[in-house]
Design a protein around this ligand. Sequence first.
Ligand code: SDX
Length: 434
Amino acid sequence: MGVPEGSAGAATLRYEGTDIELPVERPTLGRSAVDISGIGAHGLAVYDPGYANTAAYQSAITFVDGEAGRLYYRGYPVEQLAMSASFLDVAYLLIYGELPGSQQSEEFVAQVRAPKAVPHVAIERLFDWFPESMHPMAMLATATEALTAYAEEDSAADPGAKVEAAGVRLLSALPIFTGYAMSVVRGLPRGRSNRSLDYAEDLLQLCFTIPGSDHLPDNATARALNTLLILHADHELNCSTATLRLVASSGASFYSGVSAAINALWGPLHGGANQAVIRMLQEIKDSGKPLSYFLERARDKMDPFRLMGFGHRVYKNYDARAKVIRQVALDLVEKLAPADPLLEIALRLEEVALADEYFISRRLYPNVDFYSGIIYRAIGFPDEMFTPLFVVGRSAGWVAHWLEMATEGSRIGRPTQLYVGPVERSVPKAATTA
Ligand code: SDX
């Protein structure tokens, strides 16, 4: 991975006998980008379904080297952070651009862990209303939107200070919302945040402790969850972060943007894949059919079955995060759920898929969602809680992206289209009532 060779220079587009000179933007890392913002003057637009080749913003937060299967948060390789840093220190790095010193770390943790940050009574009344049939992702999106009612930071003059205050409130609230959602899913009383614990420990005890009992999460499980939160913290302009930025570009509230991002992440092609993977592994186990049967279905364009947790828009190599998560799964499942057959199925499925021509030719590898659900399941989470845990991690990146837009400014996002509908026509006389 290195800076692209040659000068950024310009690109020439020849169209209907005219040469159109287009400047080329050179990034610090990754693909150079043709600046087509002036192409409209020539009566042209560009067509890029799914934005696979469209750089909509400049950003300094995260870089994904898809060819090499590497991921960098503000230049630091994610695998170095995942095994050594705390999630809140990584959140600080993503938001402010540098790892915190000990005093900065203490102050940031104190802000995020401050009890005042979450309006408990009103939020609890909201969760009292949620039926058990409601998916926890809908609960998180609704509760996050409700924070707009308490956003006194919105009165701050400085856009950066407003986002920083809102970001602290969001990081503080999401473990509580996730614990409350788990209590609805389990039909059990809600826990209380224990501010003497670290972030991952408190998230675990909010989800699993029965009020009145003194159950505290074990160290190995809390460390594994801390690693998972870090690995999920940011990933450039994925579908949900791009959604967040689009909402930010209209000047809407930070919490509305995060609520929209939560809903985008919920989709099974995106963050919802971690839940879909476990259901796929369970289907494979219950079917008694060989893995070859499922690979055949995954290759069959007429069959909607896809190998969930496999493939990625950017990674054309093993997902940097999946490598770390796979090892955490092997270590933790050995300790917590040694008899879980789904891990064995996942390992064999990876082995046969990576040796299969269809997957090799399309450069399809396990992604972040392939093994993460195995870990959450070993810890004891029901599968509908897997994507909410993705939200808790990704919230750090969402704060960073919103702050980057607030401080650097942006135009409202408004893509154009390739119109293929009818040309102008008149309403038939018979159809008009006048
Ligand atoms: C996340 O963008 C991010 O950074 C996302 C994320 C993050 O951190 O924010 O990394 C998190 O969302 C990870 C992805 C989780 N989703 C899944 O695991 C769902 C299964 N994967 C696929 O649906 C798919 O791979 C996507 C959605 C992830 C990527 O879709 P693309 O980039 O649009 O790729 P594609 O659908 O055009 O696939 C290219 C080819 C196609 O075959 P051909 O038409 O060329 O013959 O690969 C095939 C696809 O049919 N293919 C698969 C497949 N994934 C791609 N075939 C079978 N099983 C799969 N999983």
